[in-house]
Design a protein around this ligand. Structure first.
Ligand code: KG4
Ligand code: ZN
Length: 336
């Protein structure tokens, strides 16, 4: 039962997981996250310098804790993996260097993993293999529509031309004086609000119908706030109307992309995939179009090392290991 230890440190979560394959199915022996959200909340967003210092402090005890949880010694780990991009350069460096150090010290193979591939494949961890599908990845830094033919066979169908969906949630959250990160806060207030109270834009890009744009929406919310005498009395309606505009764009283009790629399955992944209103709107639209929707379990949705471990496991089974000279790439792309 070969095991692989993976590290994720692309943003503000230090995370370590250990995975193995047992009777053909992947098994996460442990998946630990040491979150820095409370530290960065004070600044209203992630401060890279603070994030990388905290990764450096936390990584060693977290790796030890993961080994203890899995009841394994370092020598019993058969391969190592770490996120090499995209993300914050100084944060990526901590996890990647640490994992390469462990691989060098033990003489075991190392795999550099694309963070977005981790998100994209997370709905398949339980199944253990990747089925052809159309993947919508919605995170703090990316909004991607990917046609997946199989592991490591990806085609970009659409992406955001400005802000990512999660970034829009976080920026609008800040405008509304909500704590960081804005996504879960906006979802909470939106539950009590009327999504039709304000009509916010759902941009259509004439030449690129599968691309997204969220910066105009963010500006529309700002203008609306300036017009209101007491915006806080309409917080729930503002959140519901903003969230509905984001969801409408995401759902419409995802269904369109799935039909264009002729896929019978859609997956939803990345931090924004936690949003229950998005899950149910996409679920309903997919059902109407006769397409299945597959979600990752909540623990694998916001940043975590379990998804990096799974992508690492598939990498170890399907490709050569990386050289230890492989470096970080803050702008690493998932598709050619
Ligand atoms: O995937 P993730 O944890 O980190 C990145 O790779 O960026 O995604 C974080 C993003 C943040 O923008 C956060 O506001 C958003 O996911 N998010 C949500 C929800 N939970 C997290 N957005 C909307 N609704 C949520 N419930
Ligand atoms: Zn992420």
């Amino acid at each position: 039962m070969p095991s692989l230890l993976a590290i994720e440190s692309s943003c503000d979560e230090t995370a370590v997981a250990i995975i193995c394959r047992e009777d053909g199915r992947p098994r996460l022996l442990t998946s630990l996250i040491s979150s820095q959200i409370e530290i960065h909340r004070e600044y209203g967003g992630v401060v890279p310098e603070v994030a990388c210092r905290n990764h450096a402090l936390r990584i060693r005890p977290l790796v030890q804790q993961a080994l203890d949880d899995a009841n394994l010694s370092l020598e019993e780990i058969d391969a190592f993996a770490a996120t090499r991009g995209p993300g914050l350069a100084s944060s990526l460096l901590v996890g990647l260097s640490y994992a390469k150090g462990l691989a060098a010290a033990t003489g075991k193979p190392f795999y550099g993993i694309n963070h977005m591939e981790g998100h994209l494949l997370s709905p398949f961890l339980e199944l253990g293999k990747v089925a052809p599908h159309l993947g919508l990845i919605v995170s703090g830094g990316h909004t991607l529509l990917i046609d997946v033919r199989g592991f490591d066979d990806y085609k970009l169908m659409g992406h955001t031309i400005d802000d990512a969906a999660g970034e829009a949630f976080d920026k609008v959250g800040r405008m509304l004086d909500l704590p960081y990160p804005g996504g879960p806060e906006i979802e909470k207030y939106a539950r009590e609000g009327n999504p039709k109270a304000f009509r916010f834009p759902r941009p259509q890009l004439r030449d690129a119908p599968l691309d997204f744009s969220f910066s105009g929406l963010k500006t529309a919310v700002l203008y609306q706030l300036q017009k209101l005498e007491n915006p806080h009395s309409q917080l729930a309606d503002l959140c519901a109307s903003f969230q509905a505009a984001v969801i409408d764009s995401l759902v419409k283009k995802t269904i369109l992309a799935a039909m264009e790629a002729d896929r019978q399955m859609i997956t939803l992944s990345g931090g924004v995939a936690c949003n229950k209103a998005l899950q149910s709107a996409l679920g309903a639209a997919a059902e109407e179009a006769g397409i299945a929707l597959s979600l990752a379990p909540p623990a694998l949705t916001t940043d975590n090392a379990g998804m990096i471990a799974f992508a690492g496991l598939l990498s170890s089974e399907n490709r050569d290991a990386d050289s230890l000279t492989v470096g970080i790439d803050p702008n690493l792309s998932l598709t050619p």
